[in-house]
Ligand binder design. Sequence first.
Ligand code: LHQ
Length: 261
Amino acid sequence: MSTAPVLLEVKDDVAVLTLNRPDKLNAITVAMHKALKAALKDIKKAKARAVIVTGAGRAFCAGQDLADPDLPKLDPPDLGLVLEEYYNPFLLALRALPVPVIAAVNGVAAGAGVGVALAADITFAARGASFIQAFVNIAVVPDAGNSHILPRLIGNQRAMGLLMTGDPIDAETAAQWGLIWKAVDDEALMDEVGAFAARMANQPTRILGLIKRQVYSAAQNGYADQLILERQMQKIAGLGNDYREGIKAFLEKRPARFTGN
Ligand code: LHQ
């Protein structure tokens, strides 16, 4: 088994990005950040049409590696630096991938690990997985996008409760609350996510990229601005080969064969 902090496999247009420090529950080090940055470049080069993010072993990701000797050592410390230099660019780049990113949360996700799971466009979790806003337990504030995403997905009350207690919730509760798309049986997780990603890879990829931009812009836009954005994007959609194929397939009463363009 490779000891690289991140594994990447691209097959049939689907990239699988695996956080790979199973002994440390895939806690994120500076070395892992560097590998993630390289992996995102490789995913773009490979022109993958869907991306799965998962963890090796029994955990998804335990967040920041609290023992990482490479964490910037400053006296007094500036924990913001590791966010500025590593987490924020990585999460923005992940969100900006113009293809669907699907998280397969195979076990516990804590702190920034939840941020990675929720930066995906669609998050599946194994029933045995849990989500822990662990920040408060070590007296730091939420980061990795958690303070943005949580209130939007589950509302202020539940967000406050999770962030202020650091208590875990299981995958079923996360799904009921709308934090994730779906909880699935542990042993079925990778098959189900693989099938979903394969389906996504046959969708009109450029349209999925535009849907991402629409949905993420909606967090900032008012209704009128969003209508303008929809108008701009529908123009782009209408110029695509997949649009022509979609209409043709409908009129010919057959499934569309989208190429992603
Ligand atoms: C770990 C970690 C870990 C290192 C498990 N680090 N080794 C923070 C600060 C700075 C700047 C940037 O932003 C952040 C953001 C954050 O992410 S803050 C939140 C950081 N994460 C945590 O506080 C979670 C810490 N981990 C835990 O609470 C537990 O490990 C959980 C609840 C995740 C799992 O518990 P168990 O299933 O009982 O496993 P374990 O605790 O026995 O862990 C297994 C091994 O993994 C163990 O190593 P060892 O050598 O003793 O076997 C842990 O030390 C190691 N590990 N998380 N974050």
